[in-house]
Design a protein around this ligand. Structure first.
Ligand code: GTP
Ligand code: MG
Length: 201
């Protein structure tokens, strides 16, 4: 997919206020600091479209970006941010889950996990929740530049085996790096392919 335009549209904490038109949208979700905003900038070839930070919890709202004037990319807050108070943490959870439950034009979510870590309960629980609620998702292993190929391969295998304890099959997954653009074509071409096959939105 060729990126002709990428514009920030709005930030919300309330799914009811998200864009009302019915363009297909693709959401990026994962633990805080996993590299969601960096990945979005890498995909869009822009340095600062989505705000990134070395400190967890930078993205705290539902952010809509309009891409090529025909689809939305959505940057969501991290779901595992420990340094916020319990009550605001709960609010994050609620508006993230409401977003997925209510947003009919959400075609596919990409659940980001850091390729360096072994499977984390919070990610597994989130994917379990997605599965139980019939919300389609793929996995993206981020920060691939931080591992040697063999270690990366091994970690993905460990992850797949863990998923297979509860899932019938390993969900489709991508491997990306915001530092060297690995995985960019794969993710964008996949979004393009799915969008082409959509009817009646
Ligand atoms: P929140 O908005 O806080 O939930 O975080 P986020 O998931 O949007 O993460 P963000 O993109 O802000 O990145 C967090 C940190 O990881 C930053 O210091 C990034 O520079 C770094 N980072 C993100 N992606 C990569 C990557 O692919 N490779 C490397 N080496 N560092 C990365
Ligand atoms: Mg972010």
């Amino acid at each position: 997919m060729h990126i002709k335009s990428a514009e920030f549209v709005m930030s919300n904490s309330d799914v009811a206020k998200c864009p009302k038109d019915r363009m297909p949208e693709y959401a990026f979700i994962g633990r805080s600091n996993v590299g969601k905003s960096s990945l979005i900038n890498m995909l869009m070839l822009r340095k600062n479209l989505a705000k990134t930070s070395g400190r967890p919890g930078k993205t705290q709202l539902i952010n809509h970006f309009l891409i090529n004037k025909n689809w939305y990319l959505v940057d969501l807050p991290g779901y595992g941010y420990a340094r916020v108070s319990k009550s605001s943490k709960k609010t994050f959870q609620k508006f993230i889950t409401s977003y997925f439950e209510l947003r009919e034009q959400m075609i596919l979510a990409f659940v980001l996990v850091d390729c360096r870590h072994e499977p984390q309960p919070i990610d597994l629980e989130f994917m379990q929740w997605m599965g139980e609620n019939g919300i389609p998702f793929n996995i993206i292993f981020t920060k691939a530049d931080k591992l040697k190929p063999k270690a990366l391969e091994r970690n993905i295998e460990v992850y797949s085996n863990k998923m297979l304890e509860t899932w019938e099959a390993m969900p489709k997954y991508f491997v990306t790096s915001a530092s060297n653009s690995e995985g960019r074509d794969e993710v964008l071409n996949y979004i393009e392919e799915i969008s082409k096959n959509l009817t009646g939105l």
